[in-house]
Write a protein that binds this ligand. Structure first.
Ligand code: COA
Length: 181
Protein backbone atom coordinates (compact mmCIF):
# COMPACT_ATOMS: atom_id res chain seq x y z
CA UNK A 1 0.00 0.00 0.00
CA UNK A 2 1.39 3.38 -1.07
CA UNK A 3 0.50 6.04 1.44
CA UNK A 4 1.30 9.57 2.38
CA UNK A 5 0.38 11.79 5.28
CA UNK A 6 -0.81 15.34 4.62
CA UNK A 7 -1.12 18.19 7.10
CA UNK A 8 -3.74 20.97 6.97
CA UNK A 9 -1.68 23.10 4.60
CA UNK A 10 -1.18 20.08 2.34
CA UNK A 11 -4.92 19.42 2.27
CA UNK A 12 -5.78 23.04 1.48
CA UNK A 13 -3.13 23.18 -1.28
CA UNK A 14 -3.99 19.77 -2.72
CA UNK A 15 -5.58 19.29 -6.14
CA UNK A 16 -9.08 18.88 -4.69
CA UNK A 17 -8.58 21.29 -1.81
CA UNK A 18 -10.72 21.54 1.28
CA UNK A 19 -13.91 20.60 -0.60
CA UNK A 20 -12.36 17.35 -1.85
CA UNK A 21 -11.24 16.46 1.66
CA UNK A 22 -14.68 17.31 3.11
CA UNK A 23 -16.30 15.00 0.58
CA UNK A 24 -13.94 12.15 1.57
CA UNK A 25 -14.39 12.84 5.29
CA UNK A 26 -18.16 12.72 4.83
CA UNK A 27 -17.86 9.37 3.05
CA UNK A 28 -15.56 7.89 5.71
CA UNK A 29 -17.54 9.19 8.70
CA UNK A 30 -20.87 8.17 7.17
CA UNK A 31 -19.74 4.58 6.67
CA UNK A 32 -18.10 4.29 10.10
CA UNK A 33 -20.97 5.87 12.06
CA UNK A 34 -23.50 3.88 10.01
CA UNK A 35 -21.64 0.74 11.10
CA UNK A 36 -21.80 1.73 14.76
CA UNK A 37 -18.35 3.32 15.24
CA UNK A 38 -17.88 5.39 18.39
CA UNK A 39 -17.20 8.80 16.88
CA UNK A 40 -19.67 10.95 18.79
CA UNK A 41 -22.61 10.67 16.41
CA UNK A 42 -25.61 8.37 16.67
CA UNK A 43 -26.58 8.96 13.03
CA UNK A 44 -24.14 9.72 10.20
CA UNK A 45 -23.37 13.46 10.02
CA UNK A 46 -24.77 15.43 7.09
CA UNK A 47 -22.53 16.79 4.37
CA UNK A 48 -23.22 20.33 5.63
CA UNK A 49 -22.11 19.35 9.13
CA UNK A 50 -18.89 17.78 7.87
CA UNK A 51 -18.24 20.79 5.59
CA UNK A 52 -18.59 23.11 8.59
CA UNK A 53 -16.34 20.91 10.73
CA UNK A 54 -13.63 20.78 8.05
CA UNK A 55 -13.80 24.55 7.53
CA UNK A 56 -13.52 25.08 11.28
CA UNK A 57 -10.52 22.76 11.67
CA UNK A 58 -8.68 24.23 8.65
CA UNK A 59 -9.24 27.79 9.90
CA UNK A 60 -8.07 26.82 13.39
CA UNK A 61 -5.00 25.08 11.94
CA UNK A 62 -4.11 28.20 9.95
CA UNK A 63 -4.31 30.16 13.20
CA UNK A 64 -2.08 27.67 15.05
CA UNK A 65 -4.99 26.34 17.09
CA UNK A 66 -5.40 22.91 15.47
CA UNK A 67 -3.63 20.17 13.60
CA UNK A 68 -5.15 18.02 10.90
CA UNK A 69 -3.55 14.88 9.48
CA UNK A 70 -4.92 13.07 6.46
CA UNK A 71 -3.75 9.65 5.26
CA UNK A 72 -3.89 9.09 1.52
CA UNK A 73 -3.54 5.44 0.46
CA UNK A 74 -3.26 4.37 -3.15
CA UNK A 75 -4.30 7.90 -4.18
CA UNK A 76 -7.47 7.94 -2.08
CA UNK A 77 -8.23 9.58 1.28
CA UNK A 78 -8.18 6.67 3.72
CA UNK A 79 -8.34 8.33 7.11
CA UNK A 80 -7.83 11.47 9.11
CA UNK A 81 -7.56 12.88 12.59
CA UNK A 82 -7.33 16.27 14.23
CA UNK A 83 -6.86 18.09 17.50
CA UNK A 84 -8.15 21.50 18.47
CA UNK A 85 -6.70 23.83 21.09
CA UNK A 86 -9.09 24.46 23.96
CA UNK A 87 -10.95 27.77 23.59
CA UNK A 88 -11.38 28.48 27.32
CA UNK A 89 -8.78 31.16 28.18
CA UNK A 90 -7.43 29.22 31.15
CA UNK A 91 -7.05 26.06 29.04
CA UNK A 92 -5.26 27.59 26.08
CA UNK A 93 -1.96 25.65 26.51
CA UNK A 94 -3.86 22.41 25.96
CA UNK A 95 -5.65 20.67 23.11
CA UNK A 96 -8.18 17.90 22.59
CA UNK A 97 -7.69 15.11 20.07
CA UNK A 98 -11.27 15.03 18.82
CA UNK A 99 -11.39 12.44 16.07
CA UNK A 100 -9.29 9.73 14.47
CA UNK A 101 -11.07 7.80 11.74
CA UNK A 102 -9.78 5.27 9.25
CA UNK A 103 -11.94 3.96 6.42
CA UNK A 104 -13.01 0.37 7.14
CA UNK A 105 -11.26 -1.00 4.06
CA UNK A 106 -7.94 0.48 5.24
CA UNK A 107 -8.10 -0.41 8.93
CA UNK A 108 -5.52 -2.67 10.53
CA UNK A 109 -2.69 -1.51 8.24
CA UNK A 110 -1.07 0.98 10.55
CA UNK A 111 -2.76 4.16 9.35
CA UNK A 112 -4.49 4.85 12.66
CA UNK A 113 -1.15 4.58 14.45
CA UNK A 114 0.55 6.77 11.84
CA UNK A 115 -2.13 9.48 12.08
CA UNK A 116 -2.25 9.51 15.87
CA UNK A 117 1.53 9.51 16.28
CA UNK A 118 1.80 12.42 13.82
CA UNK A 119 -0.88 14.37 15.69
CA UNK A 120 0.93 13.84 19.01
CA UNK A 121 4.16 15.04 17.40
CA UNK A 122 2.34 18.05 15.92
CA UNK A 123 1.07 18.89 19.40
CA UNK A 124 4.58 18.63 20.81
CA UNK A 125 5.92 20.89 18.04
CA UNK A 126 3.12 23.41 18.69
CA UNK A 127 4.06 23.55 22.37
CA UNK A 128 0.81 21.94 23.53
CA UNK A 129 1.24 20.97 27.17
CA UNK A 130 -1.52 18.42 27.65
CA UNK A 131 -3.28 16.58 24.85
CA UNK A 132 -6.58 15.09 25.98
CA UNK A 133 -9.12 12.82 24.32
CA UNK A 134 -12.21 10.92 25.26
CA UNK A 135 -13.40 7.60 23.92
CA UNK A 136 -16.21 5.15 24.41
CA UNK A 137 -15.28 2.54 26.98
CA UNK A 138 -15.89 -0.40 24.66
CA UNK A 139 -13.54 0.97 21.97
CA UNK A 140 -10.64 -1.15 23.20
CA UNK A 141 -8.82 -1.07 19.87
CA UNK A 142 -8.62 2.73 19.93
CA UNK A 143 -7.86 2.83 23.66
CA UNK A 144 -4.99 0.31 23.26
CA UNK A 145 -3.60 2.40 20.43
CA UNK A 146 -3.76 5.63 22.48
CA UNK A 147 -2.10 4.03 25.51
CA UNK A 148 0.72 2.72 23.32
CA UNK A 149 1.34 6.33 22.22
CA UNK A 150 1.67 7.74 25.73
CA UNK A 151 -1.91 8.46 26.78
CA UNK A 152 -3.22 7.36 30.16
CA UNK A 153 -6.64 7.31 31.75
CA UNK A 154 -7.38 10.19 34.15
CA UNK A 155 -11.09 9.65 34.61
CA UNK A 156 -14.21 7.92 33.50
CA UNK A 157 -17.90 8.88 33.41
CA UNK A 158 -19.79 5.63 33.96
CA UNK A 159 -22.67 4.82 31.61
CA UNK A 160 -22.50 8.32 30.11
CA UNK A 161 -22.48 7.73 26.34
CA UNK A 162 -26.03 7.17 25.16
CA UNK A 163 -26.71 5.25 21.97
CA UNK A 164 -30.41 4.48 21.96
CA UNK A 165 -31.09 2.49 25.12
CA UNK A 166 -27.43 1.46 25.47
CA UNK A 167 -25.04 3.23 27.84
CA UNK A 168 -21.23 3.13 27.71
CA UNK A 169 -18.50 4.64 29.87
CA UNK A 170 -16.89 7.83 28.59
CA UNK A 171 -13.16 7.28 29.16
CA UNK A 172 -10.94 10.34 29.58
CA UNK A 173 -7.28 10.12 28.51
CA UNK A 174 -4.41 12.58 28.66
CA UNK A 175 -0.93 12.71 27.21
CA UNK A 176 1.21 15.06 29.28
CA UNK A 177 3.75 16.32 26.77
CA UNK A 178 5.57 18.32 29.48
CA UNK A 179 6.40 15.07 31.27
CA UNK A 180 7.61 13.47 28.03
CA UNK A 181 10.30 16.20 27.74
C1 COA B 1 -9.33 3.20 15.93
C2 COA B 1 -8.84 3.32 14.48
C3 COA B 1 -8.62 4.79 14.17
C4 COA B 1 -7.52 2.57 14.35
O1 COA B 1 -7.08 2.70 13.00
P1 COA B 1 -6.32 1.51 12.24
O2 COA B 1 -5.72 2.08 11.02
O3 COA B 1 -7.23 0.36 12.09
O4 COA B 1 -5.20 1.17 13.32
P2 COA B 1 -3.76 0.54 13.07
O5 COA B 1 -3.78 -0.37 11.89
O6 COA B 1 -2.76 1.64 13.11
O7 COA B 1 -3.61 -0.34 14.37
C5 COA B 1 -3.50 0.25 15.65
C6 COA B 1 -3.67 -0.80 16.70
O8 COA B 1 -5.01 -1.30 16.61
C7 COA B 1 -5.00 -2.70 16.88
N1 COA B 1 -5.52 -3.40 15.73
C8 COA B 1 -5.24 -3.21 14.42
N2 COA B 1 -5.95 -4.02 13.66
C9 COA B 1 -6.72 -4.74 14.47
C10 COA B 1 -7.70 -5.73 14.26
N3 COA B 1 -8.02 -6.17 13.04
N4 COA B 1 -8.32 -6.23 15.35
C11 COA B 1 -8.00 -5.81 16.58
N5 COA B 1 -7.08 -4.87 16.83
C12 COA B 1 -6.45 -4.34 15.79
C13 COA B 1 -3.62 -3.09 17.18
O9 COA B 1 -3.47 -3.04 18.60
C14 COA B 1 -2.79 -2.02 16.55
O10 COA B 1 -1.63 -1.89 17.27
P3 COA B 1 -0.20 -2.33 16.60
O11 COA B 1 0.17 -1.15 15.74
O12 COA B 1 0.68 -2.48 17.76
O13 COA B 1 -0.43 -3.58 15.80
C15 COA B 1 -9.85 2.69 13.49
O14 COA B 1 -10.11 1.37 13.88
C16 COA B 1 -11.15 3.44 13.35
O15 COA B 1 -11.27 4.37 12.54
N6 COA B 1 -12.17 3.04 14.11
C17 COA B 1 -13.49 3.63 14.01
C18 COA B 1 -13.50 5.05 14.52
C19 COA B 1 -12.99 5.14 15.94
O16 COA B 1 -13.38 4.38 16.81
N7 COA B 1 -12.10 6.12 16.17
C20 COA B 1 -11.56 6.38 17.48
C21 COA B 1 -12.51 7.22 18.24
S1 COA B 1 -11.89 7.54 19.88
Amino acid sequence: MEHLLLDAAGVAAGPRGAAGFAEAAHRILGALVGGGAALGWVDPPSRAEVDALVAHVLAAAAAGDAALRVAVADGRTAGFGYWLRYTRPTHRPHADLEKVAVDGAHQGRGLGRLLTAALVEDARQAGIEVLTLDARGDNTRALDLYRSLGFREYGRLPDFVAVGADRYDKVLYLNDLRAAG
